[in-house]
Design a protein around this ligand. Structure first.
Ligand SMILES: [Zn+2]
Length: 411
């Protein structure tokens, strides 16, 4: 059912076909990043992926009003482990390849706290950042536009700043419902032969590495190379380069150019690599469903035994992915506390639960017997960084992508 606050998608975001089929369903879940300082009864929304049979694109079955999804937005790029280093490598690569040159005019959509743009300050002072949360980023050398990028805002930008040599949109495209509007806007302000750089989470990564904790309400689209390539072509952008990235466990970098060109061999190879997983999407999701059902059963059996023995259960990692896992694995009533090294999360409650996030300094005093590492991709860093804070008797669980109990607390 569609309401003002929740819109059901009946046609494909990219090709407009109505041939959509649900391929993966979670239990109803709250808005995953809505960590707040009180226990609140939260509305639960559908969290389902649907597959477009016409263009092989995977997208959420609904779109929740951004005011609800981003109401208590606290994400800042720098808090994501390793992202700053990753952006530095990207900046160096673009300079080396002369995609960005001295005095290039660059616009970044979704610039967040400016982690990427700051690497270009030495070679150009023509830097423009567009982000509704522009207050996160104040820098004399960068022009900040506090707005959502759209076809409408592009008209204003063009009037004031003209056209751009390079436009960057990293980790933002998947969160936008109306991609036609965005591409119309980009088309208005890109120079001839200009570059469009996009990094976004990939369906390939999701299917290959069982990254279902990257499915949440903010994340509307799960791109494949072919689907985004075809869509961008409608607006005159041709794919020049593709690179598989480890960001979020499996992302892709697309470098498009506003110019006609032929597909190169590397591109064909990348598409073939991806198609091992994306040729039979419904079947691949069926496999994931079975694997994760087994994870859920094992985790619950283990926790039930521990709870019978009156053990204290903690979880490590208080992110949007943790919410997805807590709800999908039905463990919200089995956890006593969550812990996270990010101090902005201290004393907030995981959405839709009464589980409080604490400073890891409290692990000993709370006598945590079992610690489930929800931030499983960072398990090594978490164990190392907090090793003096754990009790000797604490048992560690990795719940995902495959349930396991750590032996001697070693990975
Ligand atoms: Zn489609």
């Amino acid at each position: 059912m569609s309401t003002n606050l929740e819109k059901k998608k009946y046609s494909c975001r990219l090709c407009k076909s109505k041939k959509l089929q649900i391929v993966f369903s979670f239990k109803k879940s709250p808005i995953g990043d809505d960590y707040i300082n009180r226990i609140k009864k939260t509305k639960l929304y559908d969290l389902k992926l649907q597959h477009c049979k016409s263009c092989n694109f995977v997208q959420l079955s609904n779109v929740i009003d951004p005011k609800i999804v981003y109401g208590n937005y606290i994400y800042v790029t720098q808090t994501s482990h390793g992202l700053s280093e990753h952006f530095e490598r990207l900046a160096n690569y673009l300079l080396k390849k002369k995609i960005i040159k001295k005095n290039s005019k660059i616009l970044e959509i979704g610039s967040n706290d400016g982690t990427l743009l700051k690497f270009f300050k030495k070679i150009t002072n023509k830097l423009i950042a567009v982000d509704p949360a522009a207050h996160l980023f104040v820098d004399k050398k960068v022009t900040n536009i506090a707005d959502h990028f759209s076809n409408k805002s592009a008209v204003k930008i063009k009037k004031k700043h003209g056209k751009f040599d390079t436009i960057i949109a990293n980790n933002v495209l998947a969160n936008i419902d109306d991609l036609d509007d965005i591409f119309k806007g980009i088309q208005k302000i890109i120079s001839n032969d200009g570059y469009l750089i996009i990094e976004t989470f990939s369906l390939y990564g999701l299917l290959k590495n069982n990254l279902i904790d990257n499915i949440y309400h903010e994340h509307l689209s799960y791109f494949t190379i072919k689907s985004l390539k075809r869509f961008a072509k409608n607006y005159g952008f041709n794919l020049k380069e593709i690179k598989f990235l480890s960001v979020k466990g499996g992302s892709l970098r697309y470098i498009f150019q506003y110019k006609k060109m032929r597909d190169n061999k590397k591109l064909v190879r990348a598409i073939r690599k991806e198609e091992k997983y994306t040729n039979k999407i419904p079947k691949e999701f069926k496999k994931l469903k079975l694997i994760n059902k087994l994870n859920e059963i094992k985790l619950n059996q283990f926790l039930d035994k521990q709870i019978k023995k009156k053990k204290v259960i903690g979880g490590f990692g208080a992110s949007v992915g943790t919410t997805t896992m807590i709800f999908n694995y039905s463990v919200k009533n089995k956890l006593n506390y969550l812990f996270d090294n990010e101090k902005r999360r201290f004393n907030l409650f995981c959405p839709g639960t009464d589980i409080k996030v604490l400073n890891p300094n409290h692990i000993k005093s709370k006598k945590i017997d079992v610690m489930i590492i929800f931030a499983w991709r960072y398990a090594k860093i978490i164990l190392e960084r907090n090793k003096n804070k754990f009790n000797k008797f604490t048992k560690f669980i990795i719940p995902h992508p495959k349930f396991r109990i750590l032996k001697k607390n070693k990975l």
